[in-house]
Design a protein around this ligand. Structure first.
Ligand SMILES: Cc1cc2nc3c(=O)[nH]c(=O)nc-3n(C[C@H](O)[C@H](O)[C@H](O)COP(=O)(O)OP(=O)(O)OC[C@H]3O[C@@H](n4cnc5c(N)ncnc54)[C@H](O)[C@@H]3O)c2cc1C
Length: 356
């Protein structure tokens, strides 16, 4: 039986340009997992992977020990390379470019790339992730993954019986510090003021924990260490005096920003700043636009939850395209990309951009 989306493959709309079935923006676990599912459903997805940050947040880390299927752990970049290879094996095209503009209001969605090219599709998966806020000081980037971490769930296990600090004063800082006491021998919470933004219940939990010590009125102005963190330089926010604190690790917990700037004013957002989706689905406030991964997730933000979310998005895309087909929408003239007007040009454009 031919399903709706089978006849919609690379629909050639009236104007003769290639309109893809789906474009996936983002190449983290959410984007690549959506690509694996979409490619295996013969939707020939185009993945716009970013020009310099392809592979997403896990490219910035070393050991990933909590992604199922790798009992010995796996390096973050190796995991992302495997995901990309798996998506490409089934026909996903990966383009190393950035989406700089999106026109998603109508039935055909259009993206504009940093290189100047444009692509159109019947549906979009928006999987641009989120970025942990950085302190922006010396040593932070250099020692990231070498004692500087932005994720207690991910990295706490590596700090058994170590002395570490959490930087921040909100709920997530309290939660991370309390969680980290399961592993570390001592956890400092370094905060710029003498009171916390965190909710009362989270504060109380931290205050009651014997392993936690607060360092008040202090800003971290440098993270020190050659190959690994050995300490931080603190500056008093009261009198400007400086001191050093010896540490094995620093967890930065000062917030997280979903990468939503492309869709401001176009898609509904939640109060937390993530893209709004309908319940457990990936459906956004616009038909044909789906969102997945950390960009919709204010809470869990793990590789495996992002991957699961990418699966949801690909399945939602399939249902959407099937419904479009059943509604008898665009012309179902050819079922394969090869030979379609515009297909060779599109492939040539992908190769050109990737070679640049
Ligand atoms: C240092 C660190 C270590 C971590 N360690 C672990 C761990 O051990 N285990 C774990 O489960 N999780 C870990 N995480 C969390 C995990 O990395 C994220 O939850 C996961 O990567 C989210 O996947 P995502 O696909 O939603 O987004 P991301 O991985 O952030 O990927 C988003 C992608 O979209 C791209 N993009 C954004 N805007 C555009 C645009 N305009 N055009 C084109 N592309 C765009 C980005 O460049 C990026 O490639 C870690 C996070 C960090 C920061």
């Amino acid at each position: 039986m031919v399903r709706g989306y089978d006849v919609l493959k690379h629909t050639n709309h009236a104007k003769g340009a290639l309109v893809r079935q789906v474009i996936i923006i983002g190449s983290g676990p959410a984007g690549y997992t959506a690509a694996i599912y979409a490619a295996r459903a013969n939707l020939n997805p185009l993945v716009v992977a970013s020009s310099v940050e392809a592979g997403g947040e896990l490219m910035n880390t070393t050991d990933v020990e909590n992604f199922p299927g790798f009992p010995e752990g796996i390096q973050g970049p190796d995991l992302m390379t495997k995901m990309q290879e798996q998506a490409e094996r089934f026909g996903a095209e990966v383009l190393y470019d950035d989406v700089v503009d999106l026109d998603v209001a109508g039935p055909v969605k259009k993206i504009t790339l940093g290189s100047g090219g444009t692509h159109e599709a019947d549906s979009i998966v928006f999987a641009t992730g989120s970025a942990p806020r950085k302190i922006g000081i010396d040593g932070e980037a250099r020692l990231s993954g070498r004692g500087v971490s932005y994720c207690a769930t991910c990295d706490g296990f590596f700090f058994r019986e170590k002395v570490i600090a959490v930087v921040g004063g909100g709920d997530s800082a309290m939660e991370e510090a309390t969680f980290l006491t399961k592993f570390a021998s001592k956890v400092y919470i370094i905060h710029r003021r003498d009171e916390l933004r965190a909710s009362k219940i989270m504060q109380d939990r931290a205050f009651k924990n014997d392993k936690i010590e607060f360092v008040w009125n202090s800003a971290v102005v440098d993270i020190i260490g050659d190959d690994a963190v050995t300490g931080v330089v603190l500056e008093s926010t009261v009198d400007g005096t400086r001191s050093e604190l010896a540490l094995d690790g620093v967890f930065v917990a000062i917030g997280n920003d979903p990468r939503t700037h492309l869709v401001h004013g176009k898609l509904d957002l939640t109060p937390e700043g993530t893209v709004w989706v309908d319940g457990r689905s990936s459906r956004t406030s616009l038909p044909g636009v789906f969102a997945a991964g950390d960009v919709i997730d204010p809470t869990y933000r793990q590789a495996v939850t992002a991957a699961g979310s990418g699966t949801v998005a690909a399945l939602d895309v399939e249902h959407y395209l099937a419904a479009l087909g059943e509604a008898g929408a665009p012309a179902p003239d050819v079922a394969e990309i090869d030979g379609l007007p515009g297909a060779d040009e599109a492939r040539a454009e992908t190769a050109k951009v990737n070679a640049a």
